[in-house]
Design a protein around this ligand. Structure first.
Ligand code: A3P
Length: 285
């Protein structure tokens, strides 16, 4: 049996997605004006943002991240559990998705719902994804690292398809005032600055104390200790955290320990070609 299902030209792991769940997300889900979406290409900081946004909405009260698993507090729209967790949830809802812009719910485009889009250096997203494909039984075997670089660059046999297509689909609407782009790297460098930006964007007045609490709680080491955020509840035959932790390293630049000089050169040449003319200011080398 294939590990993936295809829906409107994209690949989704079939353990957690079905045609029905994808059709629900696209055709039936009613977006509300006060919904907030976390949107990412996989392995770009989704889980991190699932820690941060509930804490912004609770103004630093830790209850949501201590009492609900991350996929319950900010459910995945397109997954099999999406409908039950989201449809009747009171506002304001926090929602996670990896969907491309053009595959978002039809009701999204006319709504005032907000989107926080997190971008990560694609070489680091690739490395993170390589390890994830090894530890998650619902993903294709990645092959060697060299083989995986080619798969990633072609957007084949990697969940949700091409990093380039994902970025391009969302970057095309960057001028809209309901979309905030953040980078994983700025979250690492200046979380307090990011929290101020997020507070303004989401219309939440955060006190200095709340900012300190959220910055501290969302640090990698604290999230790793949080059983509601580290996926420790998932059985080993689904996610083998002895092979690689879900919260693996949490750094920028891990790609330097994985790529050879030739692989870096090859990646950079494909990157330059695919991103040509996009006016995308990140990750040029
Ligand atoms: P690594 O595999 O490089 O460690 P996603 O949630 O989109 O699947 O992304 C997972 C990646 O984000 C993993 O990267 C994970 O360790 C990292 N991550 C999660 N929480 C983090 C945090 N608080 N600080 C830094 N990185 C974090």
């Amino acid at each position: 049996m294939s590990l993936n299902i295809e829906y409107e030209g994209s690949l989704y792991p079939s353990l957690i997605h079905s045609e029905e769940s994808l059709r629900f997300a696209r055709e039936e889900f009613q977006v509300r004006d006060d919904d907030t979406f976390i949107v990412t290409y996989p392995k770009s900081g989704t889980t991190w943002m699932q820690e941060i946004l509930p804490l912004i909405f609770s103004e630093g009260d830790l209850t949501p991240i201590h009492t609900m698993q991350n996929w319950q507090r900010v459910p995945w729209l397109e997954q099999k559990s999406g409908k039950a967790l989201l449809e009747n949830r009171p506002s304001p809802r926090l929602i996670t998705t990896h969907l491309f812009y053009h595959l978002m719910p039809k009701s999204f485009y006319t709504s005032k719902a907000k989107v926080v889009y997190v971008i990560r250096n694609p070489k680091d997203a690739l490395v993170s994804s390589f390890h994830y494909h090894k530890m998650a039984s619902f993903l294709e075997n990645p092959g060697t690292f060299d083989e995986f670089i080619h798969k990633f660059l072609e957007g084949k046999a990697v969940m949700f398809g091409s990093w380039f297509d994902h970025i391009k689909s969302w970057w095309a609407v960057k001028g809209q005032d309901n979309i905030l782009f953040l980078t994983y790297e700025e979250m690492l460098q200046d979380m307090r600055g990011v929290l101020v930006k997020l507070g303004e964007f989401l219309g939440k007045q955060l006190s200095g104390d709340a900012i300190e609490t959220i910055a501290k709680q969302s640090k990698f080491d604290n999230m790793k200790q949080n059983n509601m955020s580290n996926y420790s509840f998932v059985p080993e035959d689904v996610m083998n955290q002895k092979e690689s932790n879900f919260l693996r390293k949490g750094i920028a630049g891990d790609w330097k320990y994985h790529f050879t000089a030739a692989q870096t050169e090859y990646f950079n040449s494909v990157y330059a070609e695919k991103m040509k003319g996009l006016n995308f200011p990140f990750y040029e080398d």
